[in-house]
Design a protein around this ligand. Sequence first.
Ligand SMILES: Nc1ncnc2c1ncn2[C@@H]1O[C@H](COP(=O)(O)OP(=O)(O)OP(=O)(O)O)[C@@H](O)[C@H]1O
Length: 233
Amino acid sequence: MTTRNPILALNDVRYRWPGRASFGLEIPGFAIAAGETVLLLGESGSGKSTLLSLICGTITPASGSVSVGGTDIATLSAGQRDSFRAEQIGLIFQQFNLLPYASVLDNILLPLRFAPVRRSRLASPHQAAADLCDDLGLPPDTVKARAGTLSVGQQQRVAAARALIGAPPLIVADEPTSALDAATQATFLDLLFAQSRAHRSTLLMVSHDARLAGQFDRVVEMSDVVTPQSQAA
Ligand SMILES: Nc1ncnc2c1ncn2[C@@H]1O[C@H](COP(=O)(O)OP(=O)(O)OP(=O)(O)O)[C@@H](O)[C@H]1O
C-alpha cells in the first residue's frame, strides 16, 4: 500500500544493535501520512524504542532508508541529523526529560535554540510558550516555576509544550502516559490531540496499552511492521 503524502517512510530497513546478535529489526515498509495520528503497539522488548531511534536518526540502519519529510536521514552528516531532528520532530519521552532546575519557560523554548525554522514561525516565542501552557491547562504563572517543582502530570504537559512549540511536522511520543494515573492520562491525550491538530502536526505515539487505540486514526502493531523472523528471542 502506498501512503499519500508521507511525512515518514521506512523502506527495507534492517537494524541490529552492536553486539546483540539475538535482536534485530527488519521493516519492509512503514509509512505515515502527513496529519495522521498513529498508535504503534507492541510488547515490551518488541523494538518500539529502537524503531523510534531509527526514525529520529539517533541510530542509522545497516541497510534501507528512513525518510522524514522526503529526506533520507542517512544522507545527512551526524551534525546535520541533529539539526534536522530538532526542526522536524517534537519528541515526548516516557520520563519527560525536562531540565528540573530550569524554568518551565526555558524548558519549552529549548528546542528552538537548535531549530531556527521552528523559531521563525513564532512572532514571540515567549508568548507562544505561555499560550501553549494555557492551552494545555497549566496555571498562568507556571512558566516561571522550576520544572522539577511541578506535579508529574504538569511536567508531562510541559514536555508536550516543548514538543509542540514552533509546530514541527512530526510529533513522536514514546509511552508518554505511562507515568500518569488514568484520569490524567485521558486529559493529557485529549490535550495532545487537540494541540497536534491545531499545529497540523502528525502524531506517532508508541505504547503497549491497547486501550488508547480508539482515539487514533490508525493503530499499527509492531508484529505487522517487522518481518516475523526479525525478532529472534
Ligand atoms: N542501547 C541499546 N543497546 C543494545 N541493545 C538495546 C539497546 N536498546 C534496546 N536494546 C535491545 O533491543 C531490543 C528491543 O528493545 P526496545 O527498547 O527497542 O523494545 P521496546 O519495545 O521499546 O521495549 P519496552 O516497551 O520495554 O520499552 C531489546 O532486546 C533490548 O535489549
